[in-house]
Each structure stands twice: as C-alpha cells, then as structure tokens.
Write a protein that binds this ligand. Structure first.
Ligand SMILES: NC(=O)C1=CN([C@@H]2O[C@H](COP(=O)(O)OP(=O)(O)OC[C@H]3O[C@@H](n4cnc5c(N)ncnc54)[C@H](O)[C@@H]3O)[C@@H](O)[C@H]2O)C=CC1
Ligand SMILES: O=C(O)[C@@H]1CCC=N1
Length: 287
C-alpha cells in the first residue's frame, strides 16, 4: 500500500444514496453492505426497473426506490444523504445530475463513477458550491477487493476527497490520483478484471482443446488463477520473481513463456490501454 491509499477505517460513513446500482453501483453496494463496514444504514438506492428495486424487498440495510414506479425516486433518494454516488451510464449522467440538483442536502458530496465524464461536466449541472469527486472503481469491490482511483473536482476540499477515499477504502484499495489520470485508471484497473476474465476464457478453451472436459478445464484454470493471485497477495515478491519460481531453467514453463512473449505482450498491452483511454476521450466528447 503506498501513501496515497487510505487504511481501512473504523469511522462511520455517513448517510449515502446511490443512483443506479447495476454492475458497478451494485458491486459497490454489495461491498458496503458487508457486516464489518460501518456506514449509516439503510443505504438508499435507486434503480430504473421496479423488478430491480423489488430484489431489495425486506432488506433492513437498503431502501430501494425505482424510477419506473416513482418518477421522483432519484430526488427523494438524495434528500438527507451526505454522499451521493452516481452509478448510471455516462450518457445518462447529465440528465440524472440535473434531476437531483435541487434536492441535494447542503454540504453533500456528489461522486460519479462514470467513465469519460469530467468533474467539470457534473459541476456545470449543479448549484454553485456543490463538491464533486470522480471515482473509478472496479467490480471486485463487491467482495471488498476493489481498486479505485479518486480525483476531486474544483470545489472538492481535501476533506471531501478523504471522505470519498474512506468510503472506497472500505471496499478495497482507494488511491487519490489527478483527474487527468482517471482515464488511465479506467484502462488499468477499472476494465482490468475483464482482461483477466478474457485470459481465463482463453486458457479454459485451450485446456479443453488439450483434452480436458469442461469441468476439468474450469477447475484447473480457476484454481490456478485464484491460487496464483492469492500467492501474490500473500507474498512480498514481485510477479517477476514469482514467475521465475515456476520457470525452471531448461524446463517446460520456459518454452511456453518464450511462445507467449512472441505475442508481443508489452506492445499489446500498450495498444489495449491506449484504445481504452481513447474511448473515454470519445465519451467525453459525446461520441
Ligand atoms: N462495469 C464496470 O466494471 C465499471 C463501470 N463504471 C461506470 O459505472 C457506470 C455504470 O456502469 P454499469 O454498472 O456497468 O452499467 P449498468 O447498466 O449495469 O448499470 C446502470 C444502472 O443504472 C440504472 N439506471 C438507469 N437509469 C436510471 C435512472 N434514471 N435512475 C436510477 N437508475 C437508473 C440501471 O437500471 C442500471 O442498473 C458507468 O458510468 C460506467 O462508466 C466504472 C468502472 C467500472
Ligand atoms: O467499460 C466501461 O465503459 C466501464 C468503465 C470501466 C470499466 N467498465
């Protein structure tokens, strides 16, 4: 953990509203619902469909309102909340911000997780003085193992940023970055789980082609990925050292690594990350 990451904290997080709890908002919500997270409960969330809101029926820690059923759901949800997390698609963000602008609690901090939506675009839709913070999380937040980059807007004080960092630190690692780094955070860790799952898909398919049935292939690949990730998590060694530990000189791994490196991973990753950042920039331009 470097200096820009916050330690897990015991201070209670204030009343929070979440507008949009799909893949990402839902992952953050699940992380925040963990029994060891000290947050004002219930957390108020809004969903578009009534069916999604109904999934929270009977939960004492979450109040869910559906915008389909109640056109005032988002406005009602943010009343009284000190943190308002916006988890809708980038192209819906401005409309949602306009919708809730008049109902925000004085002093509330607005947090957007949207790719390609600058703090300034959100600030422009809000009454003067409302602080905005961007966060770029990832889906492992659902099990408290997220990685989030956080950047404050023009009106966000150190305290606002620290509060948001504290919230995301309860669901994983939370780093403060410059806003001009958020697109790169999205490219590395925001989208990163998808790259690893693609690896899992391809490795499983290759294992099946090598003669294993589906179950065997999945077990071998999943346990290898989870085991290797845990080994790294529990080790002070670099990935390079951990790789070398597997790679006996003149052994079998060495041959596979040579083949893999022929694929030009350095350039491939540069291209993938650049394409990701480019897409954030396109979203920013409304494309
Ligand atoms: N999926 C991911 O891994 C990550 C997503 N993000 C960002 O998170 C945001 C959401 O993305 P996903 O969760 O993937 O999309 P999603 O489509 O799964 O979730 C969006 C949610 O917003 C809800 N919604 C739509 N209109 C609404 C309204 N008017 N009021 C209340 N709720 C409404 C939908 O019902 C849906 O559940 C995007 O801006 C994306 O850039 C950021 C980092 C990672
Ligand atoms: O694919 C997307 O646009 C979002 C942003 C980062 C991860 N998922």
């Amino acid at each position: 953990m470097d200096e820009s990451t916050a330690p897990r904290t015991t201070a209670r997080l204030p009343r929070t509203a979440m507008i949009g709890v799909g893949s990402m908002g839902g992952a953050i919500l699940e992380g925040l619902r963990a029994p060891d997270v000290d947050i004002e409960r219930p957390i108020t969330v809004t969903t578009k469909s009534e069916a999604s809101a109904a999934a929270f029926a009977g939960a004492s820690d979450v109040t869910a309102l559906s915008s389909e059923r109640d056109s005032d759901a988002n406005r009602r949800a943010v009343r009284g909340a000190e943190i308002v997390v916006l988890g809708v698609k980038p192209w819906m963000m401005r409309d949602v911000v306009r919708e809730i602008a008049g109902d925000l609690e004085p002093g509330a901090v607005v947090v957007s997780v949207a790719a390609g939506v600058p703090n300034s675009a959100i600030e422009a839709e809000l009454p003067a003085g409302v602080p905005v913070v961007r966060a770029m999380p990832n889906t492992p937040s659902t099990i408290g193992l997220g990685a989030t980059g956080i950047a404050g807007g023009a009106l966000a004080t150190e305290e606002h940023i620290a509060l948001v960092q504290r919230m995301f630190a309860t669901v994983g690692e939370a780093l403060i970055v410059r806003e001009d780094q958020i697109n790169a955070v999205a490219a590395v860790s925001g989208s990163g789980p998808a790259y690893l799952f693609l690896y899992a898909e391809e490795m499983t398919a290759a294992a099946e082609r090598a003669g294993f049935d589906e179950d065997q292939a999945r077990t071998l690949v999943k346990q290898t990925i989870v085991g290797a990730a845990q080994l790294w998590a529990h080790s002070d060694e670099s990935p390079e050292t951990l790789r070398r530990n597997v790679t006996s000189p003149k052994g079998t791994t060495e041959q596979a690594i040579i083949e893999l490196q022929r694929g030009g991973w350095a350039e491939l990753f540069d291209r993938a990350l650049a394409a990701n950042v480019r897409r954030s920039e396109e979203i920013e331009r409304g494309e």
